[in-house]
Design a protein around this ligand. Structure first.
Ligand SMILES: NC(=O)c1ccc[n+]([C@@H]2O[C@H](COP(=O)([O-])OP(=O)(O)OC[C@H]3O[C@@H](n4cnc5c(N)ncnc54)[C@H](OP(=O)(O)O)[C@@H]3O)[C@@H](O)[C@H]2O)c1
Length: 248
């Protein structure tokens, strides 16, 4: 059977890390086309695809499953998804701040963070994993965070964000088990990008040593190196930007 065009996909492609990952995918000839799935087009992309036949922007809001279903339909008509990275995420908003104490816990914060950080990537997987090839390698990666590790939690705080990323790690593990039954060459992982200079981390960068604060490009390059080195024996695990596994 003729091979279908290989697609690279970034969900949350308008964010700091999403844009950097997308740029690297675009420069990578392994992908015949790259798709940006986000609420608004990534900077420098217009809705017509900026004149490049390799670019495809599809409007996706992770809280609206119909937008994911429509994007998956369009992707399926273009080719097969050999790499999908979910780079969307939420930590703070004008009316949402990570909690320092259990006295600040709110149902609204839990609902919002779980919707974007846990249910969102799970629903992205629901619609994208069926588009991955059965006989060729593929990779699904969701950007998680080291603070989602139970074993690594020595500082406390950030209850809803930590819990949503721990939930994401469990979701990825569960996806990996199911995915391997039909796609033995497929890999599903969660990745920690390090502390990266983006709007998400901006309010929390004080105290981060300069050499530990990565640019989005440097983080994307490191993550790409990790992704390129993964094999099916790594599926279901959490890895940091330097390739080291992160404990549950
Ligand atoms: N930066 C860090 O230091 C760091 C550290 C550890 C883990 N991470 C993880 O890395 C990922 C990327 O973070 P970032 O630093 O690049 O953050 P960012 O610049 O704030 O980008 C966040 C992205 O998430 C998207 N998003 C939010 N709600 C969405 C929704 N309902 N539907 C679709 N997309 C939505 C945003 O889209 P809009 O543009 O439409 O708002 C944006 O593209 C996140 O999962 C984050 O938790 C980051």
């Amino acid at each position: 059977m003729a091979e279908r065009p290989r697609l690279g996909v970034v969900v949350g492609a308008s964010g700091g890390l999403g844009r950097a990952l997308l740029a690297r995918m675009e420069a990578d000839s392994r992908f015949e086309a790259v798709a940006a799935l986000s609420r608004r087009p990534p900077r420098d992309w217009d809705t017509e695809g900026s004149g490049s036949a390799r670019r495809l922007w599809l409007s996706v809001d992770l809280t609206r499953e119909d937008s994911l279903a429509q994007a998956a339909q369009a992707l399926g008509e273009r080719g097969e998804v050999v790499r999908a990275v979910v780079a969307a995420g939420l930590l703070h908003a004008p009316d949402l701040a990570p909690e320092r104490t259990y006295r600040s816990l709110s149902p609204d914060a839990f609902a919002r963070l779980f919707a974007i950080n846990a249910a969102g990537p799970a629903l992205a997987a629901k619609h994208l994993l069926p588009l991955t090839p059965r006989e060729r390698p593929s990779l699904f990666a969701a950007l998680s965070a080291r603070v989602g590790s139970l074993a690594d939690n020595r500082l406390g705080g950030w209850y809803a964000y930590r819990a949503s990323k721990a939930a994401l790690n469990m979701i990825v593990r569960t996806l990996a088990i199911e995915h391997a039954r039909t796609r033995p060459h497929g890999v599903c992982v969660a990745l920690h990008p390090g502390t990266v200079d983006t709007p998400l981390s901006a309010p929390f960068q004080k105290g981060v040593a300069a050499e530990r604060l990565f640019s989005p490009d440097a983080a994307a390059e490191a993550l790409e190196r990790v992704m390129d080195g993964l094999t099916p024996s790594d599926t279901g695990r959490v890895f940091a930007w330097d390739g080291q596994p992160i404990p549950w």
